[in-house]
Design a protein around this ligand. Structure first.
Ligand code: AP5
Length: 219
């Protein structure tokens, strides 16, 4: 399947995309994770993206589109994919439409995860992220088995520099202004399914699985 996970910062896109891709063997393409990997390696792209990310602003479209084009060359993309955090602007959505048209591919769904703002702030300000694999935890809602250590690979957990409350609030405003309008873009294509993102990680996962399974039964 070819899916987009959309929703405000902290909606659970990364958490759920990680679970779905592990179960269904799709490629998980998180533009946030790819950008953080570039920052860690100190590449030119990582350096160019740094100030935008730290302020909670979007990285310019030309940089993102070049980066995503390289990801679309990966052979694993043929198994299906989840785009997490992309597209985020109308220009990115138009570019994606173009690439899909050129390669004869179509999207199955755009899953929009709905969570109220105050819950998003509570989730993000107590999030901890693995330095090695990027997996997200929450100090209260989704804690690691050993404090400060990733369950999967033993990596160190750290707080992202854009997870401080003032930056989180700016990211929410940026989402409303620049990304929310894309829901209309994909509604017109008949692709949007809303998912209630409130509840335990397992509850949200089973809601998403139901949507995916109902689709594969109608194929
Ligand atoms: P990115 O990394 O994509 O951040 P985001 O969209 O702001 O999303 P998050 O990773 O913050 O949230 P999420 O929805 O994945 O939630 P998660 O599963 O972690 O982007 C970062 C920056 O990179 C951007 O600000 C921008 O600068 C740049 N960027 C990236 N893509 C770009 C693009 N296309 N164009 C331009 N710039 C781009 O969960 C959050 C927390 O909640 C965790 O602690 C988790 O454990 C917890 N949680 C998850 N589910 C639940 C639940 N059901 N109940 C309780 N807690 C839960």
């Amino acid at each position: 399947m070819r899916l987009i996970f959309m929703g405000p910062p902290g909606a659970g896109k990364g958490t759920q995309a990680g679970r779905i891709t592990a179960e269904y063997n799709y490629l998980h393409l998180s533009t946030g994770d790819i950008l953080r990997a570039h920052r860690k390696k100190g590449t030119e792209l990582g350096q160019q993206a740094q100030s935008y990310m730290a302020a909670g602003e979007l990285v310019p479209d030309d940089l993102i589109l070049k980066m995503v084009a390289a990801e679309f060359e990966r052979p694993e993309i043929e198994n299906g994919f989840i785009l997490d955090g992309f597209p985020r602007t109308v220009a990115q959505a138009d570019a994606l439409d173009e690439v899909l048209k050129e390669t004869g591919k179509t999207l199955d769904f755009v899953l929009v995860m709905d969570v109220p703002d105050e819950e998003l702030v509570a989730r993000l300000t107590a999030r901890r992220t693995c330095r090695t694999c990027g997996r997200s935890y929450h100090l209260t809602f989704n804690p690691p088995k050993t404090p400060g250590v990733c369950d999967v690979d033993g990596g160190e957990l750290y707080q992202r520099d854009d997870d401080k409350e003032t930056t989180v609030r700016n990211r929410l405003a940026v989402y409303m202004r620049q990304t929310q309008p894309l829901i209309e873009h994909y509604t017109k294509q008949g692709l949007v399914r809303h998912i209630d993102g409130v509840g335990s990680v397992d509850e949200v996962f089973s809601r998403i699985r139901k949507v995916l399974e109902s689709h594969s039964h109608t194929d």
